[in-house]
Design a protein around this ligand. Structure first.
Ligand code: S3P
Length: 186
C-alpha cells in the first residue's frame, strides 16, 4: 500500500487524452519536482517519433522501449512521470512504478477522450475509421490495469488546475503516511 512504500516520485497513468502531460507539468511545478514524459524520452532515445516507431518497427518494439524506460525510472527521485496510455497494461511496468511512486490514474469517458484527441494526429492507435469504438474497446481491456492505481481522479467537468491541486493534495497525504485518506474517484 502507498503508506508503507517509498514515494520518491509521482506517476500519472491513464488513457490517451486524459491530460497526463499537461496536468503532470502543473503538478511538477507545484511540488518542485522534475517533469518527465515517457513518450518524449522514448522519442529522444529512438531518434524518431512514436508514430514512426509504430509504422517502421511495430507496437512490440515501442512496448520494449517502454519497459526499458520504466526500469530506469526506479533510480529517479522527485520526479512527476507522465506515462503512455498503454504502459501500465504490462503488469511488470505497473509494479515497478508502484515500487517508487504514488500511482495516480486520470480518468475520462470515451466521449470526452474522443473530443480531446479528435484533432491530434500523433496517436497511431487511434488512426481508425471509428475512433470512438476503438477507444471503448481499448478502455475495456485497460480498465482493470488503470484501476490498480493508488488514486483515481476524474478529469471530467474540472479544470486542469483543479485536477492538479487534487493530485498534489493526495501526494502530500500519501507521503505523510495517511494512506487511509487516499481517495478513489476523487
Ligand atoms: C499509447 C498512448 C500514447 C503513446 C502511444 C501509445 C497507448 O501516449 O504512448 O501512442 O497505447 O495508449 P499518450 O497516452 O500520452 O497519448
Amino acid at each position: 500500500m502507498a503508506g508503507t512504500r517509498s514515494l520518491h516520485n509521482l506517476a500519472l497513468i491513464g488513457f490517451m487524452g486524459t491530460g497526463k502531460s499537461c496536468i503532470g507539468r502543473v503538478v511538477a511545478d507545484a511540488l518542485r519536482f522534475t517533469f518527465l514524459d515517457t513518450d518524449r524520452v522514448i522519442e529522444a532515445r529512438a531518434g524518431k517519433s512514436i508514430t514512426e516507431i509504430f509504422e517502421q518497427e511495430g507496437e512490440a518494439v515501442f512496448r520494449d522501449w517502454e519497459g526499458r524506460i520504466v526500469e530506469e525510472l526506479t533510480r529517479r527521485t522527485k520526479t512527476v512521470i507522465a506515462t503512455g496510455g498503454g504502459l501500465p497494461v504490462n503488469e511488470a511496468n505497473l509494479a515497478s512504478l508502484k515500487s517508487h511512486a504514488l500511482v495516480v490514474c486520470l480518468w475520462a469517458s470515451p466521449e470526452t477522450i474522443l473530443e480531446r484527441v479528435r484533432d491530434h494526429t500523433h496517436r497511431p492507435l487511434l488512426k481508425e475509421p471509428d475512433p470512438l469504438a476503438k477507444i471503448r474497446q481499448l478502455l475495456e481491456v485497460r480498465a482493470p490495469f488503470y484501476r490498480q492505481a493508488d488514486v483515481l481522479v476524474s478529469t471530467e467537468l474540472r479544470s486542469l488546475r483543479e485536477v492538479a491541486a487534487q493530485i498534489v493534495h493526495q501526494f502530500h497525504l500519501a507521503q505523510s503516511g495517511q494512506k487511509s485518506d487516499l481517495k478513489r474517484d476523487t
